[in-house]
Ligand binder design. Sequence first.
Ligand SMILES: Cc1cc2nc3c(=O)[nH]c(=O)nc-3n(C[C@H](O)[C@H](O)[C@H](O)COP(=O)(O)OP(=O)(O)OC[C@H]3O[C@@H](n4cnc5c(N)ncnc54)[C@H](O)[C@@H]3O)c2cc1C
Length: 433
Amino acid sequence: MSNAFPLPVVIVGGGFSGAMLAARLAERGQASVVIDRSDAFGLGVAYSTALAAHRLNVRAGRMSAVADRPADFVDWLTARHPDQADPNGFAPRRLYGLYLRDRLAAVEEARPDLIRRVTGAVVAVDGLTAVLASGERVEGRAIVLATGNPAPRTAAQGGRIIADPWARQALARVQPGDDVLILGAGLTMVDVLLMLEAQGWRGRAAALSRRGLLPRAHGTRHDAPLALPPEALTGPLSARLATARRLAKTHGWRRLMEGYRPITLDLWRAATEVERRRFLRHLRPWWDVHRHRIAPEIADELDGLIASGRLTVRAGRVLAMESTDTSASLRLATRGGTEHALSAPWLIDCTGPGHDAATAPPTAALIASGRARLAASGLGLDLDAEGRVRHADGAPDPALYVLGPPARAAFWETVAVPDIRQRIEALTERLAI
Ligand SMILES: Cc1cc2nc3c(=O)[nH]c(=O)nc-3n(C[C@H](O)[C@H](O)[C@H](O)COP(=O)(O)OP(=O)(O)OC[C@H]3O[C@@H](n4cnc5c(N)ncnc54)[C@H](O)[C@@H]3O)c2cc1C
């Protein structure tokens, strides 16, 4: 490697994580190549929606893409969309996408030649070279895998099963009067119902999930974080949970969750593998619905659908699914053990991102070659505290990093912008020359 002409950082994935890392690196004078299989740099699945009803699930005041300019997004809104510039509000995600594109373009203009965009799918990582499906090879001084939120992994296929609701025009075949079965009752289900409503759908939806929990709503104002006592943070998980329940009753669950926010990473790091697995098995659904909330106006829409009988949510385990020419059907075992058969013209998979490092390129090949291994928690690749991929023998790779949602094994909450933003800062510190 020459110091006079150092190689760029190669970033695989150009969604929020990859694009904003490239911008931050360029501001520090570090060149990068951002490779994305679509040409929607900056957007990813989350911010490429055109639907006004798709709102951010984090208040605008917390959505700055730049760690040291907390008001950056609200300032952008004030200049371009003043009617949406409420720091407490939940702006349309489409506007957030425009903001990210503007920020990337502004950095590219200010620091010409430091960011190279390449469109194509990375299928392998060979040493410090990303290999594209086209055969093109892009060499770097470090590689960052920022591959984000993959499509759901659907257990069944068929003409009446909509396996990837985020794919373009995926819902276009649903007719206004069609009923739908929805697998999953989380944020993707909410997105899908809003898309169906916007296309004039008036049918009924039955949403099915293991516990039948719906995402909770944000309050009208940001809730002040609760200072958590030691008994909420140490000791057996069951005792911590009892304390948390008591605190939620006294102070409100939103203040409790805000109290956890700044120390979540410390708690995750301090936990043993056994504790992590217990948390994931028993508490994760509850954690997710309270931590990843929806805007109050979206919650009102959901309540309206439930009150009118158009949305029902059922808890249970899906035993089997199938699709015929005219309908999709499934068998559901409730938690009490009773079996139900359900059918509708469509079944939509809203189980959320189908992270699967074991089979997805390029990580599957990394695992097969021993350059990566899976984390015991089941949350994807095993990483060290800096997000470096651990080899089969546990040693961290000197120059292969993971950023964003696929880095959950190391950072747990690394899905939303405020959390990824911190990781981008840390990586920039490491990777900028
Ligand atoms: C529907 C939805 C709504 C959300 N809303 C919010 C919100 O309101 N607020 C918030 O803070 N967070 C939200 N999130 C969380 C979200 O994870 C982050 O905000 C952010 O979008 C993550 O960006 P990312 O770049 O890590 O992933 P992604 O946006 O998924 O981007 C990854 C990119 O990598 C590319 N890619 C993947 N594999 C390859 C490959 N092999 N070769 C080349 N390119 C590849 C993909 O094409 C994609 O563009 C939302 C998530 C979703 C799914």
